[in-house]
Design a binder for this molecule. Structure first.
Ligand code: FAD
Length: 486
């Protein structure tokens, strides 16, 4: 038996799931390296006002760490972050996680089949396997707007919010219309002297009562009856299967949800803004925005919606193409992430010196979300194609980690030294993805962060059953396996 040395990079949902699986399966030589000062991933990095989970918390949790007593049906960001911290403490994973440790580079050694990692602490570390759980929404995208650096007041990206920033009583400009833009406008509007939301492309906003508390009696019942809690979680996972069907296959159900999105707009948006707030693409085509308060916020007297193109930022505000200067004291960039910079800026060098930047020049490309040709003994959890828009990410992460653990077990049993997915299998998988993408709602004519530089859609277009089937057992024919020298 040779215990594999495993380094997991990242301590968000994917990294915590991987850590749990490694612990459960009795692996002993592993560590999680996290560049942030705490676990939680996006829930650590993002703490802007209004951050709320857009799916019910009872499904946005690990199956192995059910929480009976969420304060709200749609938990807030700080509640989710606390949950992640509690999970790693209660499951005894905390000692294995090294925060404030960024992996700057990872290089594969062809001769001995190991990875050498260069860390921000000045150390190097050698591993038999690297598991990248580095997140898709990780690197904030800063828009290239003329004069941004000249703005006289604070400029803050939502993913790096400054908690000391005072927004009450000030004029706030918010650029960006995804879930984050909608959440931050809803949260800041009541206290602002004025809030201007710059909307280049409006989004469909599904109305939901996001502030709904989880009733105390329900929490008490879940605490007393963990079996019931488990059944509810399973029920929600099953229910999300219907959602998967809605986004991947045209049907009356898709039309019903789209009709609800249109109804939310008609019923909630002020008539004078309805045209400006109406997207020019099908509902569900982009990551769906859910909110119970945005339309109320944007119709308030101190709020304005600007659809005119931004031409520049000046010390006193934001200038638009019609020549108007929209005065602002604070500029909020809700401009999202460079979603296809997955694993970067880490410098990853695989077999025979292949650079990840070159391998992925047209965008991330992997086999079944988990393996990349040219990079032996390196796996990804919640990597390319993992955003689903419907299937629980915690479910996908745990499933992927268990799949990867099967390779680690074979290493431990002396059956392999290195494993690398073939180009052919990766191409075949990506052809299947492209074919399955055709009838999806993401392919109905909108522009979103789902599209890679190469024009493919970086999402999971199959249902949950297919995910389980693809990741239940490794198919040896899809891999080059090198056995250990005797
Ligand atoms: C603001 C926001 C709100 C969201 N809300 C929802 C929601 O409501 N529902 C939903 O389903 N999804 C939501 N998501 C999507 C979210 O990305 C996933 O749900 C999930 O949290 C992703 O987990 P992850 O572990 O894959 O990535 P992350 O949470 O991004 O974790 C990756 C971790 O890896 C670390 N890391 C990266 N590179 C290195 C390195 N080189 N060295 C060391 N550490 C490194 C990062 O610091 C980070 O902590 C949201 C995303 C954002 C940004």
């Amino acid at each position: 038996m040779t215990e594999p040395r495993v380094v997991v990079i990242g301590a968000g949902v994917a990294g915590i799931s991987t850590a749990y699986v490694l612990q459960q399966q009795g692996f002993t030589d592993w560590v999680v390296l996290e560049k942030g000062s705490d676990v939680g991933g996006v829930w650590y990095w993002n703490h802007y006002p209004g951050l709320t989970c857009d799916v019910p918390s009872q499904i946005y949790q690990f199956a192995f760490a059910p929480k009976p007593d969420w304060e709200r049906v749609w938990a807030t960001g700080p509640q989710i972050q606390r949950y992640h911290r509690d999970v790693v403490d209660e499951l005894g994973l905390a000692d294995r996680i090294r925060c404030d440790t960024e992996v700057l580079a990872a290089e594969f050694d062809d001769a001995d089949g190991t990875w050498t990692l260069t860390l921000s602490t000045g150390e190097t570390m050698v591993a038999d396997f690297v598991v990248c759980a580095t997140g898709v929404l990780e690197n904030p995208a800063i828009p290239d707007i003329d004069g941004l650096a000249d703005f006289a007041g604070p400029v803050v990206h939502t993913a790096r919010w400054d908690d000391s920033l005072v927004t009450d009583g000030r004029k706030i400009a918010v650029i960006g219309t995804g879930s984050t833009g909608v959440q931050v406008v809803s949260a800041l509007q009541p206290g602002a002297a004025g809030i201007t939301h710059f909307v280049r492309s409006p989004q469909w906003v599904l109305w939901a009562p996001m502030g709904l508390p989880q009733v105390g009696a329900v929490s008490a019942l879940f605490r007393r009856a963990p079996g019931l809690l488990d059944r509810v979680h399973r029920g929600l996972l099953w229910g999300s299967g219907i959602l998967a069907d809605i986004v991947t296959t045209p049907s009356w159900r898709r039309r019903a949800v789209q009709a609800y999105a249109r109804l939310s707009l008609r019923a909630q948006a002020p008539a004078r803004l309805r045209e400006d707030l109406t997207p020019d693409y099908e509902p569900l085509c982009k990551r769906q925005v859910v909110s119970g308060s945005y339309y109320r916020a944007i119709r308030a007297r101190n709020a304005s919606l600007v659809t005119e193109r931004i031409t520049g930022v000046e010390p006193g505000g934001v200038r638009t193409a019609d020549g108007r200067l929209h005065e602002a004291d604070v500029l909020v960039l809700a401009t999202g992430f460079r979603a296809h910079d997955y694993m970067r800026p880490m410098e990853v060098t695989g077999r025979e010196g292949i650079k990840l930047d070159d391998a992925w020049a047209d965008g991330p490309r992997a086999y079944r979300m988990t393996a990349v040709p040219g990079f032996p003994n390196l796996f990804t959890v919640l990597g390319p194609n993992s955003p689903t828009g419907s299937i629980s990410l915690q479910f996908s992460a745990e499933l992927s980690a268990k799949y990867i653990a099967q390779w680690l077990t074979r290493f431990r049993d002396g059956e392999l030294a290195t494993v690398e997915v073939t180009e052919e299998a990766t191409d075949a998988f990506n052809r299947q993805v492209a074919e399955a993408m055709v009838p999806t709602v993401w392919n109905t004519g909108c522009n979103s962060w789902y599209f890679t530089e190469g024009g493919t859609i970086d999402l999971w277009p199959f249902d949950r059953k297919t995910m389980v089937r693809m990741l239940s057992r490794p198919e040896d024919a899809d891999f080059h396996v090198r056995v250990p020298a005797r």
